[in-house]
Design a protein around this ligand. Structure first.
Ligand code: PMP
Length: 292
């Protein structure tokens, strides 16, 4: 009731393409019991995958960091993504991919033998007009909250409870999202990387174990440098952010999204800044060109 009717999706589970209501994963799955799994989200525009090579590379790295054998080659991953796009006639949206350590047949803290097959799930998320998100015109508002996540945020694990709670804290505060802070310094957003602009300089936290190495971050910084924009990769404080000229976030599904308010402080004239707007345009243009 009240729910938008949509077609039953075809999802991928461990080698099979099945209707979403027939897809099954074991109750003993390590992803379910222990959040022992990793994921990727790749955007699709006009039926094509954005930044696909980057997502494949990070997936391989996340798996290697957790000693999970990568079940597929990059070419196989690409074929799976494309098949799912085709079977669901996806134009604009995302492909969600998850790999877990699989089903050892019981619950145990000790990892199962390395030859235990991992669980592989992929599904589509239909987002018509993904690139024309009206929020990009107004910008979003964020609050800061303490970063109490684990110490290996560079691994893209499915431990998303605290980021999800952060989103709810933002919602409760009447804003759009939250930025995590640690020792007064901004790490990243709940599901995105965080940036400020001071003068004409784009500032974003350097890579390390404290943040996820965003695929969009990497592309956006490359495009910024190619466009002769000044980029500085360093920590910045929430106090510095509140008086910055502009701010924005990046992620595979939000692309470049301007931030116009931080902890109640309005940035610049309260409208999306020109650097954020320009970077959004460049990112969309360039990533569409290299989409596969
Ligand atoms: N940081 C966190 C914590 C995230 O969850 C995400 C998106 N999953 C990002 C950054 C952005 O990464 P990407 O650009 O690869 O989507």
């Amino acid at each position: 009731m009240g729910e938008k009717t949509r077609m039953t999706r075809t999802v991928y589970v461990n080698g099979d393409y099945v209707p979403e209501n027939e897809a099954k994963v074991s109750v003993f799955d390590r992803g379910f019991l222990m959040a022992d799994g990793v994921y990727e989200v790749t955007s699709v525009l006009d039926g094509k995958l954005l930044d696909f090579a980057g997502h494949c590379k990070r997936l391989a790295r996340s798996l290697a960091e957790l000693d999970i054998t990568n079940p597929h080659t990059d070419a196989e991953w690409l074929a799976l993504h494309r098949e799912l796009v085709a079977r669901n006639a996806l134009q604009d949206g995302m492909i969600y991919l998850q790999v877990t350590r699989g089903n050892p047949g019981d619950r145990d803290f000790v990892f199962p033998p390395a030859d235990t097959p991992c669980t592989v799930v992929l599904f589509t998320q239909d987002k018509p007009g993904l690139a024309d998100n009206p929020a990009a015109k107004t910008g979003i508002r964020v609050i800061s909250i303490p970063d109490i996540r684990w110490g290996r945020r560079d691994i893209k694990t499915v431990q998303l409870l605290y980021p999800s709670m952060g989103k709810m804290m933002a919602k409760k505060a009447g804003v759009d999202d939250a930025w995590f802070t640690e020792d007064g310094l901004v790490t990243e957003g709940t599901s995105n990387n965080a940036y400020i602009v001071v003068g004409n300089k784009i500032i974003t936290r350097h890579l390390g174990t404290e943040i996820l190495h965003g695929i969009t971050r990497s592309a956006v910084l490359r495009f910024a440098r190619e466009a002769q924009m000044e980029v500085e990769e360093r920590s910045f404080s929430i106090d510095e952010a509140k008086v910055a000229d502009e701010a924005f976030i990046t992620s595979a599904s939000a692309f470049v999204m301007p931030v116009v308010e931080i902890d109640g402080a309005s940035l610049g004239d309260g409208k999306p800044g020109h650097i954020a707007r320009r970077l959004r345009e460049i990112y969309l243009e360039e990533s569409r060109k290299s989409a596969v």
